[in-house]
Ligand binder design. Structure first.
Ligand code: RFL
Ligand code: PHB
Length: 397
C-alpha cells in the first residue's frame, strides 16, 4: 500500500522511540512510530524506575512531566547496606541534585497520550518490520498490520527497537563492532502490594547475594534478588522470596520488610553491551538497540533519553539549517556518554554483587571498597555524581 512520505520512520514504541517522536514533533518534524506489541503491552511493561535529574528536566521542559511531578517520588539520597549496616549517600548535599522514582511504563503512558493528543501516528501490533535502502538517500520502512503490507519512504530511520529488535542487524556485520560482558548472575524482580519499607532505595550487599529495595508508589514495592542467570522462577514460591529478602535486606538488624501480595515476578539476565557505530547511512540506533547496561546503576532508560535528545537536536539542525555536522557526530557524541555510564554500571555491579569465583582476597577488597565508598566524601561524591546523571550534553566542549 503506498503511503505518504514521512521525515523520520521510528521503529519501536519504548521510551526511546516515543520520546524521539515527541521531541521531533515539537520542532515540526514528522514521524511515524511502528511497534510490534499492543498499546496495552507497552503501557503495562514493568521495567525501569529511576529517572535522572536530566531525564526529569527533559520530560518537564517538553510538556510531558505533569503526572510525573504529581505522582513521582523525589529522592534526595540512597542507602547502601553492607551486612545489615546502612550508610546513606546524600545526593543533595554532595552534588545538589536528586532523582525521581517514577515507573518507565508511566513515562510510556504519558508519551503515548501526548503523541496521540497531538495527532501523532503510532502503529501498534505490526509484524515483518523491514528497513531498506539506508545507504541511499531515501530509505524505506515497511511492515505488515492486520495482514496488510505497508511501506513508507523516509528521510531517516531511527532504530529504537530495543536489544532484540531488527534495526541493529540492518548495519552490515563488517561495519558493526560489538563489545560485551555477560554477568554470571541475574535479578529476580518482584512487584508487591506493600508499602516500601524504606523511604529511599536500599542497595544491599550480602554474602548470600545482592538485594535491592525500590518502589513504584507509597503502596507498591519493587524488590530484586541476585540469582543465577537462568534461574527457574518456579523454584521461588512467594514465601522463599520474602524469606531471602528479609535476610539480605534486613541482615539481622531487627528491622523487617512488611510482606504483601506479589503481583508480578520474573528473572532478568544481566549484561553490558555496546554496538558501534550507532549510525550507518540513514539509519540511527538509539537506546537498548545500541547498548545494554546491567540495572544496578539504574541507567538504561536514562541513556535512551540521552541518545534521542542528541538525535532530535541533530535532525532539527539538519532540517532548520541544512547542516549534517550534528548527524555526522551523533555516534561519537552518544558513545562518550554511553561508555562513561557503562563504566559506572559495571562498577556498581561488581561492587555490590557476590561472585562464586571470588577469592578470599577479592572478598576483602570488595568489602574495603564498599567501606570506602560509604565513608569518603570524595568517593561518595563520585557515586552521587554518576547516579543522579552526568549532564545530558556530556562530551567534548
Ligand atoms: P525498549 O523499551 O526495549 O523498547 C523497544 C520497543 O521496540 C519494540 N520492537 C519492535 N517494534 C517494531 N518492529 C520490531 N521488529 C520490533 N522489535 C522490537 C519492542 O516491542 C519495544 O516496545 O527500548 P528503549 O526504548 O531503548 O528503552 C530502554 C529501556 O527500556 C531500558 O533501558 C530500561 O528498562 C532498563 N532498565 C532501567 N533503566 C533505567 O534507566 N533505570 C532503571 O531503574 C532501570 N531498571 C531496567 C531496569 C531494565 C530491566 N529489565 C527488565 C531489562 C530494571 C529491569 C529489571
Ligand atoms: C527499579 O525500581 O526498578 C530499579 C531501581 C534501581 C535500580 C534498578 C531498578 O538500580
Amino acid at each position: 500500500m503506498t503511503q505518504p512520505h514521512v521525515q523520520v520512520g521510528i521503529v519501536g514504541a519504548g521510551p526511546a522511540g516515543l520520546l524521539l517522536s515527541h521531541l521531533l514533533d515539537l520542532v515540526g518534524i514528522s514521524s511515524v512510530v511502528i511497534e510490534a506489541r499492543s498499546r496495552a503491552h507497552v503501557e503495562g511493561r514493568i521495567r525501569a524506575g529511576v529517572l535522572e535529574q536530566g531525564t526529569v528536566d527533559v520530560l518537564r521542559d517538553t510538556g510531558v512531566g505533569a503526572r510525573m511531578d504529581r505522582e513521582g517520588l523525589l529522592h534526595h539520597g540512597t542507602i547502601l547496606k553492607v551486612a545489615g549496616e546502612a550508610r546513606r549517600i546524600d545526593f543533595q548535599d554532595l552534588v545538589g541534585k536528586s532523582v525521581m522514582v517514577y515507573g518507565q511504563h508511566e513515562v510510556v503512558k504519558d508519551l503515548v497520550a501526548a503523541r496521540l493528543a497531538a495527532g501523532g501516528e503510532i502503529v501498534f501490533e505490526v509484524s515483518d518490520t523491514r528497513i531498506d535502502g539506508i545507504e541511499g538517500d531515501a530509505p524505506t520502512l515497511s511492515w505488515t498490520q492486520d495482514g496488510v503490507q505497508h511501506a513508507r519512504r523516509c528521510d531517516f530511520i531511527a532504530g529504537c527497537d530495543g536489544f532484540h529488535g531488527v534495526s541493529r542487524a540492518a548495519i552490515p556485520a563488517d561495519v558493526l563492532r560489538v563489545y560485551e560482558r555477560v554477568y554470571p548472575f541475574g535479578w529476580l524482580g518482584i512487584l508487591a502490594r506493600t508499602p516500601p519499607a524504606s523511604e529511599e532505595l536500599i542497595y544491599a550487599h550480602h554474602e548470600r547475594g545482592f538485594a535491592l529495595l525500590s518502589m513504584r508508589s507509597p503502596e507498591i514495592s519493587r524488590l530484586y534478588l541476585q540469582c543465577p542467570p537462568d534461574e527457574d522462577i518456579a523454584t521461588w514460591p512467594d514465601a522463599r522470596i520474602w524469606e531471602e529478602l528479609q535476610v539480605r535486606l534486613a541482615g539481622g538488624s531487627g528491622w523487617r520488610l512488611e510482606e504483601g501480595e506479589i503481583v508480578q515476578k520474573g528473572v532478568t539476565a544481566m549484561r553490558s553491551f555496546v554496538a558501534e557505530p550507532m549510525r550507518h547511512g540513514r539509519l540511527f540506533l538509539a537506546g537498548d538497540a545500541a547498548h545494554i547496561v546491567p540495572p544496578t546503576g539504574a541507567k538504561g532508560m536514562n541513556l535512551a533519553v540521552g541518545d534521542v535528545r542528541v538525535l532530535a537536536r541533530a535532525l532539527e539542525s539538519y532540517y532548520a539549517r541544512g547542516s549534517e555536522a550534528a548527524l555526522e557526530a551523533y555516534s561519537d557524541t552518544c558513545l562518550r556518554r554511553i561508555w562513561t555510564v557503562q563504566r559506572f554500571s559495571w562498577w556498581m555491579t561488581q561492587m555490590l554483587h557476590t561472585f562464586d569465583d571470588a577469592s578470599p582476597f577479592d572478598r576483602r577488597r570488595q568489602l574495603a571498597e564498599l567501606d570506602y565508598v560509604t565513608t569518603s566524601r570524595a568517593a561518595m561524591t563520585t557515586l552521587a555524581e554518576n547516579y543522579v546523571g552526568l549532564p545530558m550534553d556530556w562530551g567534548p566542549a
